[in-house]
Write a protein that binds this ligand. Structure first.
Ligand code: HEM
Length: 131
């Protein structure tokens, strides 16, 4: 019987399962392990506190995701396709493990972040016509 995301252990299970799938994905795995060379021992706890903050309103996350992804995009272009794969894996992982209003909100909040990040990345790459 599936339940909703209610504890930090739930968040950890979700995040850890998600990133193990990300690393197995042909396109995304290369960006994380080949380009960014992510230190997972550091990154996973950061992502636990990010989602704890987003889902439970606990002010544990300190970071700057927009700056991190803009910098990453300068090394290797992050495309709409990358973000769509990311989001599809996120949704699938949630659906495999949980159900309920918090699980629902984890999906919609990731979708919003995708739109914000893509917007920011595209803005950085744009040629200014005015100013
Ligand atoms: C194409 C999709 C994405 C790729 C390839 C990607 C990749 C990365 C990488 C390489 C890092 C840096 C890890 C490190 O510091 O070593 C990172 C950080 C992070 N990402 Fe993503 N990401 C993607 C989408 C997203 C989305 C949609 C979200 C939010 C829902 C997100 C949330 C974060 C957060 C919160 C951090 C930590 C930022 C910080 O430490 O300040 N990412 N991401």
């Amino acid at each position: 019987m599936k339940h909703d995301i209610t504890t930090i252990e739930d968040v950890q299970l979700l995040v850890n399962t998600f990133y193990s799938r990300v690393r197995e994905d042909a396109a995304l795995g290369y960006i994380f392990d080949g380009v960014a060379k992510v230190n997972w021992e550091k990154h996973l706890p950061v992502m636990h506190s990010f989602w704890e903050t987003v889902l439970f309103g606990k002010a544990s996350f300190k970071g700057n995701p927009l700056a991190k992804h803009t910098a990453l995009n300068a090394k290797t272009p992050l495309t709409e396709a990358h973000f769509s794969t990311w989001l599809a894996l996120w949704h699938q992982t949630i659906e495999d493990l949980f159900e309920g209003p918090v699980a629902q909100s984890a999906k919609s909040k990731a979708e919003l972040m995708k739109i914000l990040m893509l917007g920011k990345i595209q803005q950085e790459g744009r040629i200014p016509i005015v100013n």
